[in-house]
Design a protein around this ligand. Structure first.
Ligand code: ADP
Ligand code: MG
Length: 255
């Protein structure tokens, strides 16, 4: 199978005047093409740090990262990064927010504009193209933020707790909704979350991290016997409870 992402023995520590805060302690894993991996771990364990390293925003002190077989610093692969807050600009319309990344990367052409319109149409935002972000619900804004990422056609999506600013009910719907969109578009994704239910309902595999400095405690492949493998069907299946209990125990066991 094609490997989109490879992490090998990644170490990272923050350095400041008070000394050193080790955050990542020897993490290795592989993500195959089209695979959706969720990383769960206690708050403050190093999840966002790990995603920042994969995104190339922080340089690991040890270890290496390869994307599509090339070292990160040599890679030309498009990586999409989606954060907790949708970061849409109120002074731009939804359409103009969606094409912002294309503008910045000098990729705005007739073809990419059409793609932006198409994605907005497919994912139910066509009538909001000329609206301002404040006119949309939190869930719709999050969808617009995802479309802005998808329109750049990233080979790899990095999602850092993208639903955690939403209230519980919205969060369930939007999480499931966005998970489905990512699957439909056939993207490879790494989702970081502290919400175990979210991880189990969306991912192919869960990586469980220890407390800080983070290392991998366990990797759990998720296998569901469902006619239609949707997040909602997963949540109602017997396997869901099994995985929840298994990983919950792992998260709450001291080393
Ligand atoms: P998570 O996303 O799992 O909640 P983070 O990756 O944000 O955790 O942070 C991991 C640890 O590193 C935390 O203890 C945090 O306080 C520390 N940390 C994060 N950013 C910095 C920074 N810029 N300087 C120093 N320490 C930091
Ligand atoms: Mg975080």
């Amino acid at each position: 199978m094609d490997q989109v992402l490879e992490l090998k023995n990644i170490h990272y520590a923050y350095h400041n005047l008070d000394g050193e805060t080790p955050a990542i302690n020897g993490i290795s894993f592989i993500l195959n093409k089209g695979e959706f991996v969720a990383i769960v771990g206690p708050s403050g364990c190093g999840k966002s740090t790990l995603l920042s390293i994969i995104a190339g925003l922080l340089i690991p002190e040890k270890g290496f990262i390869k994307i599509n077989g090339k070292y990160l610093h040599e890679s030309t692969t498009n990586v999409g990064y989606m954060l907790q807050h949708d970061e849409l600009f109120e002074w731009r319309t939804i359409y103009n927010n969606v094409i912002l990344g294309l503008e910045i990367q000098h990729m705005l052409t007739a073809r990419t504009r059409e793609k932006a319109h198409n994605l907005l149409d497919i994912y139910g935002l066509k009538q909001f193209e000329n609206a301002r972000p404040s006119e949309l619900s939190g869930g719709m804004r999050q969808r617009a933020a995802l479309i802005r990422t998808l329109v750049l056609d990233p080979d790899l999506l990095l999602l850092d707790e993208p639903f955690s600013a939403l209230d519980y009910q919205t969060r369930l719907n939007v999480g499931d909704d966005i998970g489905q969109i990512i699957r439909q578009e056939g993207k490879s994704a790494v989702l970081v979350t502290h919400d175990l239910s979210e991880a189990i309902s969306l991912a192919d595999r869960i990586i469980v991290l220890s407390g800080r400095p983070a290392n991998i405690r366990q990797t759990v492949p998720l296998i569901f016997d469902l006619e239609q493998d949707t997040p909602l069907n997963r949540r109602n299946s017997p396997e869901f409870k099994h995985y929840f209990n298994l990983i919950w125990k792992e998260l709450n066991t001291d080393d």
